[in-house]
Design a binder for this molecule. Sequence first.
Ligand code: FE
Length: 266
Amino acid sequence: MLQRASFRGLRLTEVVCSVAKVNVQIRLLSTTMDKGSNFFFRQLFDPVSSTYTYLLGDTCTKDAVLIDPVLEHAERDATLIKQLGFKLIYAMNTHMHADHITGTGKLKSLIPGSKSVIGRDSGAKADMHLQDGDKLTFGNHTLLATATPGHTNGCFTYICHDQAIAFTGDTLLIRGCGRTDFQEGSSETLYDSVHKRIFTLPDHYTLYPAHDYKGMTATTVAEEKKYNPRLTKSLKEFVHIMDTLNLPYPKMIDKAVPANKVCGLY
Ligand code: FE
């Protein structure tokens, strides 16, 4: 009766449209709620190396992962994880870093039961060695390990499709990219990784890099496809840009790389 009364005065097509609109709104609302309700995200920072560390968790199951922890902040990160009641499953690296020492080894001793993770092609020690397409699950969420070599051989981008986000390590930085002039760097390979594996993600995906030096915190696929000053160029132009950067020798590399080969425990 109530339904019939509210539809009175509307033509049949208008009624159908109104019902469809309500359905779409309900669907959108439930999608948003499913997406965000039990997902925890925290971006942490190391001002010395300008490294971002990411804590991701499932607030229902309390399972969590930490991406790119820095040795000097392992205690900070472990305290935060404990305060929030999370259980750390994986302490992960996007690659074998040359500018800081990983905190994954120390976190394992601070939080027993957690496992260190790195790409197989990095040549570094860890509890788990990833290959392209591997999936890491924490609670109801999954990170898809996607090989994006170029900055180093073992570089991975971790994609969380259920949140429309990805952690790009040094493969893609905000309006920039990682260096390709040390370790196993290759400009051609990095260009290929970004164009085939990151720029092919949906435009609205938010990207979180391993570093930023200008105070930026995140970007999107659409932004980088439009504004990245290096990766919007042709491959030839990109290689020329990377070949002529004339950057100084990385000051931490001789200490960081040997330490990171053994999970930061040296
Ligand atoms: Fe790096």
